[in-house]
Design a binder for this molecule. Structure first.
Ligand code: NDP
Length: 507
């Protein structure tokens, strides 16, 4: 029997009782059946049987690290958030990066947006910035989100990734063209998590001590420089090192090469928002830099690896609904949907008291709430303090001084669609024409063609017509790579979306 002379601690059960033997089950005779009284065995098996928690439905594969955020520029005229109140002020953070569509064991180099989530442990509670490495998104109404994600996952019959599902939905959803163009550029396969930017994508409200508000978009700019895999390199990485980004982040931090990002913010006044040429809350659009020049705010540095992946990364739970005074939501419809969905999915995945887990609990502020009980309540549960409000026994009281400024909102309650659909093609066209280099365009077309060729002909035609609408050269090059009839593409591009769908139905 093994003894513990090399090991300083005595093995115990989960309840602290010393264990006499962890190699041989208790049996009736040397070959006999196992005895039910071997509680150590049954408890060990039972716990093992329950080791897996539900996988995140999106952003399942990820890596995370701790660090700090330091204010480098004064933004107090825009926000009263205390963690942004003084140049030089540092706040502890935990960041998690991820792919979106793949399962927990999927390859890090898959073409996919990357999640970029940062939890700021501020003295006014935890503020979560739950963004992506892209400044826009595929859709702008949360009602489409479950359908969109289904198309990025596996086919219900074959359990395979399916190019028809993927391009069918996108070609029926023209507002996706901007994000599709970024996704199929080499920015869709970042070389590491350190070599990509992070964007809030949504518009948020910042408000100051006087209750004046502005609208903001956040940009975390990598100080390591943008570096991407080409499509071919990303494919190779899937087999040679499927965990390349996870490995890179952990190893860089272990070696003392701490990744950092500069935080910039774009600011739009409420007056500008009212008269801007497109809806500034539409997440499929960026705010052009020329109109809203980014200003510096601070610097994010990651300098400490988690000690336990499951406890700190798998159980980390972010929500765009975690605000602090000075930061609030905007009317962006996608954001409004996410304000509900994130807390909800964590309650399913981790339980109703997930906010008590060390990685999720505030570190620089105290919690005084009237929430009580629920599964796995593992703190003191408020002891004997009052558990209702209002009360006359000294329980915590709301502070009206931290209210988000009032917004004047009116309109007919209806399922409103966006009307300016033509505007959906403008920024994808700008990106292709004005921002991308010749090499970027060549890679973009190659990356699209190698994926779109797996879809049915009618979907190829319909989607290529959308690329053509964004930019004629863009559509022509994709069409040529797929061997499509360019006359047909031009004809389809000139149609309304409804006519186009009808015209391609039987191709
Ligand atoms: P600018 O020329 O001022 O900005 C273009 C920005 O595009 C750059 O600052 C860079 O942002 C980003 N960029 C550079 N290369 C690529 C690439 N290959 N793929 C994706 N993005 C790239 O012009 P505008 O502000 O008028 O924007 C023009 C287009 O640039 C937009 O339609 C949008 O597609 C794209 N873009 C704009 C951003 C914005 O917030 N205005 C942010 C990112 C992209 P970064 O330094 O953030 O990487």
């Amino acid at each position: 029997m093994a003894d513990n002379k090399d090991n300083k601690k005595t093995l115990t059960t989960g309840f602290g009782m010393p264990v006499d033997n962890d190699l041989n089950s208790l049996t009736a005779g040397p070959k006999g059946p196992v005895l039910i009284q071997d509680v150590h065995l049954t408890e060990k098996l039972a716990h093992f049987d329950r080791e897996r928690i539900p996988e995140r439905v999106v952003h399942a594969k990820g890596a995370g690290a701790y660090g700090y955020f330091e204010v480098t520029h004064d933004v107090t005229k825009y926000t009263r958030a205390k963690f942004l109140s003084q140049v030089g002020k540092k706040t502890e953070v935990f960041a998690r990066f991820s792919t979106v569509g793949g399962e927990r064991g999927s390859a890090d180099s898959e073409r996919d947006p990357r999640g970029f989530a940062v939890k700021f442990y501020t003295e006014e509670g935890n503020y979560d910035m739950v963004g992506n490495n892209t400044p826009v998104f595929f859709i702008r109404d949360p009602l489409k989100f479950p359908d969109f994600i289904h198309t990025q996952k596996r086919h219900p019959a074959t359990n395979l990734k399916d190019a028809d599902m993927f391009w069918d939905f996108l070609s029926l959803t023209p507002e996706s063209i901007h994000q599709v163009t970024i996704l199929f550029s080499d920015r869709g396969t970042p070389r590491t998590y350190r070599n990509m930017n992070g964007y809030s994508s949504h518009t948020f409200m910042w408000y100051n001590e006087k209750g004046e508000h502005v609208w903001v978009q956040l940009h975390f700019k990598t100080e390591q420089g943008i570096q991407n895999f080409t499509g071919e390199e990303a494919d190779r990485m899937r087999s040679s090192d499927p965990d390349c980004s996870t490995r890179d982040l952990y190893e860089a931090i272990s070696k003392g090469e701490f990744p950092s990002w500069r935080l910039e913010v774009q600011i739009m006044t409420p007056e500008q928002a009212q008269s801007y040429r497109f809806d500034p809350f539409d997440i499929t659009k960026v705010w052009p830099h020329a109109d809203f020049p980014p200003i510096d705010v601070g610097r994010l540095v990651l300098n400490r690896n988690p000690e336990n992946y499951f406890a700190e990364v798998e159980q980390a739970a972010f929500s765009p609904g975690n605000f602090v005074p000075g930061i609030g939501p905007s009317p962006d419809k996608m954001l409004q949907g996410r304000l509900f969905s994130y807390h909800d999915t964590h309650r399913h995945r981790l339980g109703p008291n997930y906010h008590l887990l060390p990685v999720n609990a505030p570190k620089a502020s105290q919690v005084h709430s009237y929430q009580r009980d629920g599964a796995m309540r593992f703190d003191g549960n408020g002891g004997g303090e009052p558990n209702y409000w209002p009360n006359s026994f000294g329980g915590p009281a709301p502070d009206a001084g931290v209210a988000v400024p009032s917004l004047d909102v009116s309109g007919m309650a209806a399922r409103h669609a966006y009307e300016l659909v033509d505007a959906d093609f403008v920024q994808a066209g700008d990106l292709y024409r004005n921002v991308m280099t010749d090499e970027d365009r060549e890679h973009l077309v190659r990356n699209i063609a190698s994926h779109l060729k797996g879809a049915q002909k009618r979907l190829q035609l319909r989607q290529t017509a959308l690329f053509y609408r964004a930019n004629a050269d863009y559509g022509e090059r994709v069409g040529k790579s797929l061997g499509l009839d360019m006359k047909e593409i031009k004809r389809l591009a000139a149609m309304s979306q409804e006519e186009r769908v009808k015209a391609t139905a039987n191709q």
